[in-house]
Design a protein around this ligand. Sequence first.
Ligand code: URA
Length: 224
Amino acid sequence: MKLKRLDGYLSKLGYCTRGDARKFMKMHEVKIKNERIFNPSLKAIHSDISIDTEPLDGETLTILMNKPEGVVCSHDDSGKLIYSLLPSRWQDRNPKLSTVGRLDRDTTGAILLTDDGELNHKLTSPKSNISKIYKVTLAHPLKGDEALIFGSGELILNGETKPLLPATLTIVDELTVLLEIVEGKYHQVKRMFGAVANRVIALHRVSFNSYTIDDLAEGEYKIL
Ligand code: URA
């Protein structure tokens, strides 16, 4: 376990800037092992620090959100950003929280956000083969050959050179399916249905890896 300066923790975890640490410590009860501290240059281990009787936020933060419609998975878009749904302290962490992959503005459902760059890289790597299950609402009734085409491992999307890995289609009714994919290509689900002359009118990610959002309302999140 590493000793680090209090102002380092406070700025890295988004409580205040390094320069404002002294002021922050006057206004909030920052304690090391139950002793109130006012000197921001003192060093401590993470687990010994509390702020206003709460333990310090985790050194890394990974959360699962049920993404609502209308927010974008980007740090620099002009629209409403997914990060704006989080407590402001979490928005000020350094390194920043980033989404693990992206969902389109109009897609809802399970998305992870993390400030652990290594974890993010591992989960988004094309080799990761992580299962993602989408509930898809279609504009036109299924024709009947979609499961075979998606499962073939031979479907090449427009603009791509390699075929998609096999995907599993489960029919709910003629306008609703569950689709399990293990890749995360740009607009993949919409392009797959485009390739079979259909159109996605609503898209909801039911699960990412083993994470499901059954217990989360739209816009809600939980720490993993
Ligand atoms: N595929 C899409 O087309 N859009 C998403 O948001 C996710 C997967």
